[in-house]
Design a protein around this ligand. Structure first.
Ligand code: HAM
Length: 433
């Protein structure tokens, strides 16, 4: 028979121990902190009608134009692996008629997203987002609440050196004047643009500002800024967002070029970007750990009621890289590893291990048994803090001699604990670790 070595699909990663603990740590912190802010979890399908993303994210965007995993199913429907979570959440919000159930809704989600992008550190084809969406409030306090949530969350999980960048895109109704200004600005250069950039200019000139083409960068830097085109109400809203951020003690910088790569935004847009002052940047150029903003028109555009909304999504893969680079997290370890002897005492040791585990303690053993020296090596390998053998002598005396594996042999590294007292000892030892 032919054998074939299979590999994961390019750009899609296996998440394995020990790194998976960093993922779980971040996800757990998100559930706690988002809960404190009044956000409830939702889970939507991985697949959606392709038209949902075309309609919301926008036809002229990179995501819709060249990054979606789209296929026709057996029933001849065009389906797409979700490239982001805002459109699916809005679809669920409308379809489940949430608007009639409560005036303000706050949701969060976490899960895989798919974009056929060029890969590098922090940029993958299956990646994970933790996102939040708040529907129903037009007030600047709602924008600032979502930003405050990201701010405290990043601090809590120990991500340093993150800068909040802020901009306003104004109402969608002021967009045509701005797009015209962009066309007028880029038109004299049309001949020198790449065919791709020229097509973008034609289709959706604002998306030209997201272009990563090196040759375009000086031109982009001099382009008209959208904040100079926004309406008075949006200006007032933006000023209020800034005032409230300052009131909450959240630092930010204004970034006139921050237009975001998705079409549904109106008014506030923001990103949290990792920018270490010194040393290596663990994310390279993929430094944006969070992107978001207000999108007051989307729910209506997708067939729902008039509902203002604001939200964000953080890249979980990137947060994991930063949490691990910060080195703050210690891997979890068994508190105790019990060595076993061949013969009837193996059963007794297995019973003891199971009892302690079931009582809530991290206790390990080697189901293969074998030489005690090998079992101690195994205990060290899995990171156990203490090792104790359980055989005839221990069974008779009701006491276990435990060796602290963190201390060298020459030191006083042994303790004796009564078998009955093990749960108390394990509780105290785990708490002190
Ligand atoms: P986005 O800026 O496309 O926004 O993505 C948000 C975050 O997801 C990025 O800042 C980045 O951290 C992460 N991310 C995006 N693409 C990749 C990738 N290929 N590999 C790894 N991480 C990635 C949105 O998706 C909007 N739905 C955010 C939003 C929610 N706006 C309002 N509500």
């Amino acid at each position: 028979m032919n054998s074939k070595n299979f590999a994961a699909v390019k750009g899609m990663n296996d998440l394995l121990p020990p790194s998976i603990e960093s993922w779980q740590f971040i996800e757990k912190a998100a559930r706690e902190i988002f809960g404190n802010y009044g956000y409830q979890e939702i889970r939507t399908p991985i697949l959606e009608d392709t038209a949902l993303f075309v309609r919301s994210v926008g036809e002229g965007t990179d995501i819709v134009g060249k990054e979606m995993y789209t296929f026709t199913d057996r029933g001849d429907r065009s389906l797409t692996l979700r490239p982001e979570g805002t459109a699916p959440a809005a679809r669920a919000y409308i379809e489940n008629n949430i608007t009639n159930k409560e005036p303000v809704t706050r949701w969060f989600y976490m899960g895989p997203m798919f974009r056929y992008e060029r890969m590098k550190t922090g940029r993958y084809r299956q990646f994970y987002q933790i996102g939040a969406e708040a529907y129903g409030a037009l007030d600047p306090a709602q924008d600032v609440e979502t930003i405050a949530l990201v701010d405290v969350f990043l601090k809590r999980i120990g991500v340093p050196d993150v800068m909040l960048r802020l901009n306003s895109l104004g109402e969608q109704s002021t967009r045509p004047a701005y797009l015209q200004a962009l066309r007028d600005y880029f038109a004299p250069q049309a001949a020198s643009l790449s065919p791709e950039a020229a097509a973008t200019l034609e289709r959706n000139p604002m998306r030209l500002l997201d272009s990563k083409e090196p040759a375009l960068q000086p031109l982009i830097a001099g382009a008209p800024a959208i904040v100079d085109f926004i309406d008075e109400a949006s200006k007032a809203h933006f000023a209020e967002v800034q005032r409230l951020l300052t009131k909450l003690g959240i630092a930010f910088v204004l970034d006139r070029t921050l237009v975001r790569g998705l079409d549904y935004y109106s008014r506030t847009t923001f990103e949290f970007v990792y920018q270490p002052a010194t040393g290596e940047n663990a994310l390279g150029t993929a430094g944006t750990v969070c992107g978001g903003g207000r999108y007051d028109g989307l729910v209506k555009d997708l067939g729902g009621p008039e509902k203002p909304a604001v939200g964000f999504a953080m890249g979980l893969d990137r947060l994991v890289l930063l949490v691990e680079a910060a080195g703050a997290r210690k891997p979890s370890r068994p508190t105790l590893f019990i060595g076993t002897f061949d013969g009837p005492m193996r059963d007794e040791a297995f019973v003891l291990v199971t009892k302690l585990r079931n009582a809530g303690y991290a206790v390990d053993f080697d189901p293969r048994g074998g030489k005690m020296k090998r079992q101690i090596e195994r205990a060290i390998k899995v990171g156990a803090r203490f090792f104790g053998a359980y055989g005839d002598a221990e069974h008779t005396s009701g006491k276990l001699g435990l060796k602290n594996l963190d201390l060298p042999d020459a030191t006083d590294n042994k303790v004796e604990v009564a078998v009955d007292a093990l749960p108390t000892w394990l509780r105290e030892t785990a708490a002190s670790g």
